[in-house]
Design a protein around this ligand. Structure first.
Ligand SMILES: [Zn+2]
Length: 394
């Protein structure tokens, strides 16, 4: 940009004709800018959000979280339930309840594996669950666009703050070498920060760093990963008193984040916090996707333009509360899934869905009741398709 401005200025000064051309060009730019504002204003009004903080609480067992909420030991989780759009009966990916596959689903909107009965649906096929070597990426079978691509290619700033070193696969997949070419650059994640602490700090340093940097740089889209519950669950079991303490500790992180979003003049009133989990957990672990405690996760949203209430009630035309069932992608009534949240974040920012995604590809997951004027505005502000849950590519 700087280079263009300098050379343009030189031409303007060199000759009268060039000067006039530059004036016309400037006028043209002004017209384009006005037209663009006119075009995009409804989208901005529709979402109301300029910033989305997308949180994943690794290994969060929702029943244990809810018992802490009910015991008034998790006031910030409770705040999502008292003020936000929420469910504690969302679902993970159908075939996997493992950290990297499920986070890949969240940021790409793709299932891990080809869903039975849906041959046209792209899947991400990432089943590894450890830090990768240099140069290894998600794109082993072809480029997989992510939430970071859409946000960054639209000129929004992006960040990922992670608390396990295995997240390096995301940093590497969307870096200046491996990200897709675009005028806004190949590196889709403007800021990647990872600190892989064990006890007693776990994600505390990551959260402190996130709060500090977000207050300065105001990233439009941030993914924030919190490891504490999963790490304690593996070491000392889901449901142990130490596990409950870990969830209580995460509640404290959420308090820091609410504090930031409400005290920072730039973020206040323009931010949505989305919270979900990659998977739950039960003794002895979480890898088996057949168990309810493993495949059940929360989806919470709070902030600008978000109503208070049950997410299934807000989405009764497009989603179905699965009860206790493990629901595959071909089922007629799709549950709300953690995989919906990437495309939800983009919709909140007034951006289109992730190319090649299928989960919430129609961006029809709502965080307001249809009767709410804000919800209606959101509905009409963007040109949305209306098909629930998963969508086959045309
Ligand atoms: Zn784990």
């Amino acid at each position: 940009m700087k280079g263009e401005t300098v050379s343009g200025g030189m031409n303007c000064l060199s000759r009268l004709v060039a000067y006039l051309a530059c004036r016309w060009s400037a006028l043209g730019r002004a017209v384009v800018t006005i037209a663009a504002v006119g075009l995009f204003a409804p989208l901005i009004l529709a979402s109301g959000a300029e910033y989305v903080v997308h949180i994943s609480v690794d290994g969060l067992n929702v029943n244990i979280m809810q018992s802490l909420v009910d015991a008034e030991q998790a006031p910030n989780f409770k705040r999502f339930e008292d003020e936000g759009a929420w469910t504690i009966n969302a679902r993970t990916d159908y075939t996997h309840t493992v950290t990297l596959p499920n986070h890949t689903t969240m940021i790409t909107g793709r299932p891990t594996l080809a869903p039975a009965g849906l041959p046209q649906v792209a899947f991400h096929n990432w089943m590894e669950n450890k830090a990768v070597q240099n140069r290894v990426t998600l794109h082993k079978d072809g480029y997989i666009p992510s939430v970071f691509d859409v946000a960054h290619d639209a000129g929004r700033s992006t960040a990922m703050f992670a608390s396990k070193d295995k997240f390096n696969v995301f940093d590497q997949s969307y870096d200046e070498t491996n990200g897709a070419a675009n005028p806004h650059g190949r590196d889709k994640i403007d800021r990647y920060f990872m600190q892989n602490d064990g006890p007693p700090r776990y994600s505390q340093s990551v959260v402190d760093r996130f709060v500090e940097e977000m207050g300065v740089r105001h990233f439009n889209y941030v993914f924030l990963h919190l490891r504490d519950a999963d790490s304690v669950g593996h070491a000392l079991q889901w449901g142990s008193s130490t596990y409950r303490q870990a969830v209580h500790g995460i509640d404290g992180y959420l308090g820091q984040i609410f504090q930031l979003v409400e005290s920072d003049a730039q973020l206040k009133g323009k931010t949505v916090i989305i919270l979900t989990a990659d998977h739950g957990g039960r003794p002895p672990g979480h890898d088996d996707p057949i168990y309810r405690e493993n495949y059940t996760v929360p989806v919470f949203a709070w902030g600008a333009g978000v109503d208070h209430g049950d997410l299934y009630a807000m989405n009764e035309k497009s989603r179905k509360d699965p009860g206790d069932a493990r629901v595959d992608y071909a089922a007629a009534g799709q549950p709300i899934r953690n995989g919906d949240t990437g495309n939800l974040a983009l919709w909140l920012l007034g951006l289109e869905a992730i190319p090649t995604s299928s989960i919430n590809a129609a961006q029809d997951l709502r965080v307001a009741f249809p009767s709410n004027p804000k919800g209606l505005e959101a509905e009409s502000g963007a040109n949305r398709k209306h098909a629930g849950g998963i969508q086959e590519a045309n």
